[in-house]
Design a protein. Structure first.
Length: 331
């Protein structure tokens, strides 16, 4: 029997899981969540997890929150450098695959079904078409998958750092507001958790919108403003929070459409990350698709592209497990 380890490493939490490879796929044996900042490095987390198990995995696949270059990744929020060769040597793995967390999510997409997905636009699915993945969370991640004739392959992208292109007067005002404060105004700066905070600042400081007392009090206490803004927007009790999220959703729709155009994503565009599942009730489908497809002569093509929100919180771990199972079967 072949056992393998899969993981999803983020700046806040790390998920590790042990699996047994089977003829048709894999079987979960154990899963555990760790607070990343409580450990000196990724190896310590793996050691603690494996010390509690009796079986020994021979291969491993990990999704990590950062770009992976030549088998190495630096996790900015933790100051860790993860090296594939060092992990292989330290834990005597036969093979180790290290991938960006968005690539891990992309690997999961072909396996997602049913209530793991919320359909924004059913469209007309090309079963072998390129697939785009866009995931606004703390930052903005993007990835894509291409069909090789027998299966999909996932590839990384740093498209979230492309220049923000405003298409309305309001978005132009946002761009000008941020350009005075930032060295580079990228899509990540307006379409992510940090983007929500930036849009909120524009609405209050740039447009002069009044903030509800409860929101002002909570934000004054410090901490991450994004969940506060999102919760009050969903409750509808703070006009500036509602405006912020409406603004964010419009920009997300436009950038998801950009992704569809760039990759000709006739296999669908999938919205992952922590924000889209929380905002399902705040997404006006018709208006969202109008922004998504509003690309001039490409509008008819984009109208037919399926769009889904990934509701599965463990998609990155699932993707890493699918890669780990494939490595295990290769022997």
């Amino acid at each position: 029997m072949t056992y393998f380890l899969a993981g999803d490493l983020g700046g806040t939490k790390t998920l590790l899981a042990l699996y047994q490879a089977t003829v048709g796929g894999y079987q979960l044996l154990a899963e555990e969540r760790f607070a990343s900042h409580e450990f000196a490095d990724f190896g310590e987390i793996i050691s603690e997890f494996l010390a509690q198990r009796t079986v020994v995995p021979t291969v491993a696949a990990f999704g990590v929150a950062g770009p992976v270059l030549e088998g190495r990744a630096r996790i900015t929020n933790l100051g860790w450098t993860i090296d594939r060769a060092m992990l292989r040597e330290q834990f005597r793995f036969r093979r180790v695959e290290l991938m960006n967390d968005l690539v891990a999510i992309a690997h999961a997409v072909p396996a997602l079904t049913g209530n793991e997905l919320f359909p924004v636009n059913e469209g007309c699915l090309d079963p072998q078409g390129t697939i785009g993945v866009i995931a606004p969370g703390t930052g903005l991640g993007e990835a894509y998958l291409c069909w090789d004739g027998s299966r999909y392959h996932a590839y990384p992208s740093e498209g979230g750092h492309a220049d923000f292109a405003p298409t309305t007067d309001e978005e132009l005002g946002l761009f000008q507001f941020l350009r005075q404060r930032l060295a580079h105004v990228s899509y990540e700066q307006v379409c992510s958790g940090m983007g929500i905070a930036n849009i909120y600042r524009y609405c209050t400081e740039g447009l002069g919108m009044a903030v509800a007392d409860a929101v002002a009090t909570t934000l004054a206490e410090g901490g991450d403003p994004t969940p506060v803004i999102v919760s009050h927007a969903l409750a509808g009790d703070c006009p500036v929070c509602v405006k912020t999220i409406d603004f964010f959703v419009d920009i997300l729709a436009a950038e998801a459409g950009n992704l569809a155009v760039k990759f000709l994503a006739t296999g669908g565009v999938y919205l992952g990350g922590g924000l889209p599942p929380r905002l399902i009730d705040a997404i006006p489908v018709e208006a969202f698709m109008a922004r998504f497809a509003g690309k001039g002569r490409m509008a008819a093509l984009l109208t037919d592209i399926p769009v889904y929100i990934i509701q599965c919180s463990g998609a990155a771990l699932t993707g890493a497990a699918r890669v780990g199972a494939r490595l295990a079967r290769q022997g």
